[in-house]
Structures are given as structure tokens and as C-alpha cells.
Design a binder for this molecule. Structure first.
Ligand code: HAM
Length: 420
């Protein structure tokens, strides 16, 4: 049997890859409007970064990481997400010493050993943004606006924002106790993960995927009732900024996210028609992450958007991205001398910035014409051995059928004039 790609891993082939390129370009235009700069991160990191950053008791760290020992005996992990790496890079390069805030964006593959299903893969692509060095709640809303502007530019509608505050370590200690009091009588009925998390990190129990456990979560105390003054006031500010820019939202007190680094604002934007995997982009504030990974306190907020899910949602909504794969011209040749000479002109035309093609498969003239049609060429240049002797070629407008004979020495200029 021939070798196949591993489960949960996709090839992105044309024409889909054109959609990816288009989305990336559009996202970059928006990052420019908001003044975000690209950070290019490593694909793998020391395992410890994710253990400390994402949290030992999260599903990602407990079950989903691609971890291996390298030849030097170090534990290495393929990145399951980008935020921990961004914080590491920010601390490692002392970016905090520069004028703040720091606004980054990134693109790239992430790796999680999850059960593959529609919209969930083991290698998936994220578009992410992170703003570091500022704790103003206005920035929380700016980040959400960036995500929405990407969706709007692509023409995706009906996406809904859910927000919550997950507080800070101060409000969480009282909340932890309330959760433990609530869960204690039900503990035996909960899954083994929840039983373990009860002692180590009861808030993680709220993110349990087990259906039986989920039923117990519904009546659990909510963090919003335990917020300290500072967290409550910041959450109010976030809501007031959302009102100011007229972004509708729903407060979901059960929204806790699957990563431990979150503090205060947590949010998810969903496109409900996607089924179980309906979150298009999600994120929140992570003011404690810098310290968790052994650095200093650095306020931060960001989100990541799943490319595959975005594309699924666009397909679902029948959004046709305006992708132009047409070429400017196709050189049709008649005779072997012309075929060789055409290669030289093809090169000159491309050097002049024209999208040009010719046949390499020995097709008949009719076959070449068909190929020009298939490639949606605007013009065809017809070059025969006879014309070559005369030093001329024919340019045919493929739409109107109009033909002109031009001097070969002027061919590039003549084509540039027409295509512009
Ligand atoms: P996350 O919620 O784990 O957050 O992932 C963000 C988005 O990545 C999801 O909403 C989804 O669109 C996509 N995604 C996640 N897992 C998969 C998967 N297995 N297959 C396909 N798509 C997936 C984070 O990763 C945080 N780093 C976001 C963040 C940035 N928070 C603050 N800054």
C-alpha cells in the first residue's frame, strides 16, 4: 500500500490553496490598518513552555501534545498554539524594554493530538494576534474588532460573540472553594479527569467534554459572582467599549476556555452552523502568563482564528472569494523553431511582469488553443515558423477575437500596452 498522510493532517491543494492565500492577504491588510506586526515563531519549543504556560491539568497538555525527545535528550513539543511562544519570545528578547504596547500577528500550523472530525484536525492553521504590555480594556475590544473585521472583509455573516471574565488569582481563590463545595457531593459520579482536577484545578472541571459531567456543570457557581473589584470594573469597561462600537455580545458565565493562562476577559466567536466545532476565533487576556513561564508580569491579550473552520464557514455560507487565477497571455506555437524561440519571449514577457504561459506537452495548435482557454488567457500570441522568418507575431484578443500582427522586436512593449 502506498504511503498516506497521517490521520487529521491535510494537504491544501489548488484551488483551495488560493483561498488560503487570499485570506492571508486580506488578514494582513487588516493587521496593517490596526498596526500589528508579524512575528514568525518556531514550530517546536521546549515542552516545559507549554506545561507551564498552558497548564499541566489542561486537556492540551495532558492528552494532546506531540512531544518527543530529540537526539540531545531534550523534551521537545510541536507547538499546540502560539501564545506561549509569543510571550517567551517577548521575554527572551526583552521587548518590554521598548516602547509599549507590542502588537504582533502570526500565521502557521499548530499540532494537537485530538480526535479528528469536521473542523477539528491534528495539524491545523491559526491566524493569531497578541498585544503585550498594556492592560487597558479598550485593547481587549480592539483585538475582538480585528477578528470581526477579518470575518467582515471576507463576507462572513452571522457570527456571534460570547464573553466572560475568568477573574484573576485573587478572585479565583474564593471561587475555587465555592466550586469544590459544589462538586464535593457529586464527585463519585464525575469522570476520573474531573476527580483529579477537583484537587489540583477545579476550574478545569468546567471545561470537561464528558456528557455526564457536563450536566453537573450547569448549576455550578459562576466566576462572575466572585470577581474582585478590579476584575469586575474591567469587565464592565470591556462591555461598555463593545457597546460603543456596536458589537453585539452575549455574556456566557460558563465560558472558561481550554487553557489555564487566561485572566479577566475570555471570549469566543462562533458560527453556529458549523456544528460541534463552531468556534471561529477565540482568546482572552493572560496577564499571568509571563510569570508562569518564569519571567515577569506582562499584561497580554489576543486571539487565534482557525483557518480550516473559517474556510468551512465561508463554504457553508456560499461566499465566493474573488480569486483571480487568469493569466495575461498564452503563446501558441506552430513548428519546432517557433517553439524554441517562444521560450525566449516567454521569459522576456514574464520578466516584464506579465502572467504568461506556453505548452510544454507537445500539444497540437488546437490543443494549445484549448489550453489558453482553460487558463483564461486574455491574449494569445501566435508564433509560427513562417512569422518567425518575417520577424513578426500575431496577438489575438481572446475575448473579442481581434488580431494584430506586431514586430517581434516590439512584442513585449505591445503586450505591456494591452495588458497594463
Ligand atoms: P484555542 O481556543 O485553543 O485558543 O484555539 C483557537 C482557535 O483555533 C479555535 O477557535 C479554532 O478555530 C482553532 N482550533 C483549535 N484547535 C483546532 C483543531 N484541532 N482543529 C482545527 N482548528 C482548531 C488558542 O489557541 C489560544 N492560543 C488563542 C489565544 C491567543 N488566546 C490568547 N491569544
Amino acid at each position: 500500500m502506498s504511503v498516506k498522510a497521517p490521520r487529521g493532517v491535510n494537504d491544501i491543494l489548488p484551488p483551495d490553496s488560493f483561498k488560503w492565500q487570499y485570506i492571508r492577504r486580506k488578514a494582513e491588510e487588516i493587521f496593517e490598518l490596526y498596526n500589528y506586526e508579524e512575528i514568525i515563531l518556531p514550530i517546536f519549543e521546549h515542552t516545559e513552555l507549554f506545561q507551564r504556560g498552558i497548564g499541566e491539568t489542561t486537556d492540551i497538555v495532558e492528552k494532546e501534545m506531540y512531544t518527543f525527545e530529540d537526539k540531545g535528550g531534550r523534551s521537545i513539543t510541536l507547538r499546540p498554539e502560539g501564545t506561549a511562544s509569543v510571550m517567551r519570545a517577548y521575554l527572551e528578547h526583552k521587548i518590554y524594554g521598548q516602547s509599549q504596547p507590542t502588537k504582533y500577528f502570526y500565521f502557521g500550523p499548530m499540532f494537537r493530538y485530538e480526535r479528528p472530525q469536521a473542523g477539528r484536525f491534528r495539524q491545523f492553521y491559526q491566524i493569531g494576534v497578541e498585544v503585550l504590555g498594556v492592560d487597558n480594556p479598550a485593547v481587549d475590544v480592539e483585538v475582538i474588532l480585528v477578528g470581526f473585521q477579518i470575518l467582515d472583509t471576507l463576507g462572513l455573516k452571522d457570527c456571534k460573540l460570547y464573553i466572560n471574565s475568568v477573574g484573576c488569582p485573587e478572585c479565583r481563590s474564593a471561587y475555587r472553594e465555592a466550586l469544590k463545595d459544589y462538586f464535593k457531593p457529586h464527585l463519585e459520579k464525575l469522570c476520573s479527569d474531573c476527580q483529579r482536577r477537583f484537587e489540583r484545578n477545579p476550574m478545569r472541571m468546567l471545561d470537561c467534554k464528558n456528557e455526564d459531567c457536563k450536566r453537573h456543570m450547569e448549576k455550578a457557581p459562576v466566576i462572575l459572582d466572585y470577581l474582585c473589584e478590579d476584575c469586575a470594573s474591567d469587565f464592565d469597561k470591556v462591555k461598555s467599549y463593545l457597546d460603543l462600537v456596536q458589537i453585539p455580545y452575549e455574556v456566557d458565565p460558563g465560558l472558561v476556555r481550554g487553557l489555564d493562562y487566561y485572566t479577566k476577559t475570555a471570549f469566543e466567536v462562533k458560527y453556529s452552523k458549523l456544528g460541534a466545532q463552531d468556534t471561529l476565533f477565540a482568546g482572552g487576556r493572560y496577564d499571568g502568563l509571563g510569570e508562569e513561564i518564569g519571567g515577569k508580569r506582562v499584561p497580554g491579550i489576543g486571539f487565534a482564528m482557525g483557518m480550516e473552520r473559517l474556510i468551512l464557514a465561508l463554504k457553508y455560507q456560499n461566499v465566493e472569494l474573488p480569486i483571480n487565477r487568469n493569466i495575461d497571455l498564452f503563446i501558441t506555437t506552430i513548428g519546432s523553431k517557433a517553439e524554441k524561440e517562444a521560450f525566449k519571449y516567454l521569459n522576456q514577457l514574464r520578466r516584464a511582469g506579465l502572467k504568461a504561459a506556453m505548452d510544454y506537452m507537445g500539444r497540437s495548435v488546437k490543443g494549445q488553443m484549448k489550453m489558453a482557454d482553460r487558463l483564461n488567457a486574455r491574449y494569445s500570441i501566435i508564433l509560427g515558423d513562417e512569422e518567425l522568418d518575417k520577424g513578426s507575431a500575431t496577438i489575438r484578443n481572446m475575448e473579442t477575437g481581434e488580431q494584430d500582427e506586431v514586430k517581434l522586436s516590439n512584442l513585449v512593449e505591445e503586450m505591456k500596452k494591452r495588458v497594463k
